[in-house]
Design a protein around this ligand. Structure first.
Ligand SMILES: *Cc1c(COP(=O)(O)O)cnc(C)c1O
Length: 398
């Protein structure tokens, strides 16, 4: 008999993953093809902000699909205009900000890289800086800003004039000192690195230094944006305004959509310099509007903050757990041993989906809509998974 795993290895590129065959979702739960139910605390990697099959998401997609799904960027649509204005308002982008719609985080970052190049050509500066541990995507440009040898090495040569620096204010000062930097890319919290927040004050200092040295500050909020951390955008916690911000993941809660929001007078694009066939089509942007309106209307940001605190408290002092990082519902749970993959697998066997971005970190990014029932279910399943793994690693557990 051919299993789904056989089909996957026969027909899909061999890129790993494929932990289960999922067929249905509702709220914070998904079901596999055998009818096994899982509590989904990965949320499609910080995407499913409203959980699965939320009526607001379903209605918006169905209505727009039945009205006008796609027309190309030769035309504007009310949905696209509404979402652009909404993002500018939520981000505090002011009158002079602009929005470009893409289909993914990588594509939003490619747009930002092109903005950096336009700025470089205008100013004679050359270098694009990113930070150690950064993840900006898998396309050739965004990959060039993602300094992880396993991701980069098979694909060299990468973009020229890219440099990576340690995440310290001293390294930043040194890198910017000779005025050759065109743009600095930063994630307010490095999700793929294991939910690692920037050091205190780093983003504010990055804003001061980039302004002083004529470089663009581009924040990659693909994972942290649209409410994930309890603020609309994580940079807002620091009281700064960037020059541009990339978004994707949660923006349409499962419908593919990315965006670049520019702030101030730094919009250097003109007709012919960039576009995207699908980007910002009425179907995607109608869903984006409905999702963001739901987050706003039901004050889900407050729930993100409350539930995040509850979850951090729930795992405190549990065997193998050394601490938590992150903000809101983007949480990294650090372990005392490199057993995160074992914990992930033990959790999945018990009906809980979490993720292991590094060997000793578990990441959770559940729906903004979770309540006491989901927090309790998570705590029970996760504690049991940790106990199982701790029992097979008696030395590391404490
Ligand atoms: C996921 C992610 C990306 C890439 O997004 P894709 O939609 O997978 O292309 C870029 N930056 C950050 C911070 C991300 O978390």
């Amino acid at each position: 008999m051919t299993t789904w795993q056989d089909e996957a290895s026969r027909d899909l590129l061999n890129l790993g993953g494929r932990l289960a065959l999922l067929v249905r979702g509702e709220g914070s739960h998904v079901w596999d093809a055998d009818g096994v139910r899982y509590l989904d605390f990965l949320g499609g990697i910080a995407v499913n902000a409203l959980g699965h099959a939320h009526p607001v998401f379903v209605d918006a997609a169905a209505k727009q699909a039945a009205t006008l799904a796609h027309v190309s960027n030769y035309f504007a649509t009310p949905q696209q205009l509404e979402l652009a204005a909404r993002l500018k308002r939520l981000a505090g982008a002011g009158q002079s900000g602009h929005v470009f719609f893409a289909n993914s985080g990588s594509e939003a970052n490619e747009t930002a890289i092109k903005l950096a190049r336009l700025h470089a050509h205008k100013t004679g500066k050359k270098t694009i800086l990113s930070l150690a541990g950064a993840f900006h995507g898998r396309t050739m440009g965004s990959l060039s800003l993602t300094p992880k040898p396993a991701y980069q090495d098979p694909f060299r040569p990468l973009l020229p004039d890219v440099a990576h620096i340690e995440v310290t204010v001293e390294a930043l000062e040194r890198a910017l000192a000779d005025d050759t930097v065109a743009a600095l890319f930063v994630e307010p919290i490095q999700g793929e690195a294991g939910v690692v927040p920037l050091p205190d004050g780093f983003l504010r200092r990055a804003r001061e230094l980039t302004t002083e040295h004529g470089a663009l500050l581009i924040v990659d909020e693909v994972q942290t944006g649209v409410g994930r951390t309890g603020e609309w955008f994580a940079f807002q916690r620091e009281g700064i305004i960037p020059d541009a911000m990339s978004l994707a993941k949660g923006i349409a809660a499962g419908f593919p959509l990315g965006a670049l929001v520019t702030f101030g007078e730094n919009d250097l694009f003109y007709p012919g310099t960039h576009n995207s066939t699908f980007g910002g089509n009425p179907l995607a942007t109608a869903v984006g509007n409905a999702v963001l309106a739901e987050i706003e209307n039901t004050d889900l940001l407050a729930n993100v903050t409350t539930r995040g605190t509850q979850l951090r408290n729930a795992v405190r002092g549990v065997p193998l757990v050394t601490g938590t990082r992150g903000a809101g519902l983007l949480i990294g749970i650090t372990l005392s041993a490199p057993v995160a993959a074992d914990v992930r697998d033990a959790a999945q066997r018990r009906g809980l989906i979490v993720n292991a971005p590094t060997a000793d970190v578990i990441r959770i990014a559940p729906a903004y809509t979770i309540g006491d029932a989901e927090v309790d279910e998570f705590t029970t399943l996760f504690t049991a998974a940790l106990a199982e793994v701790a029992a097979s690693h008696p030395k590391e557990s404490k």
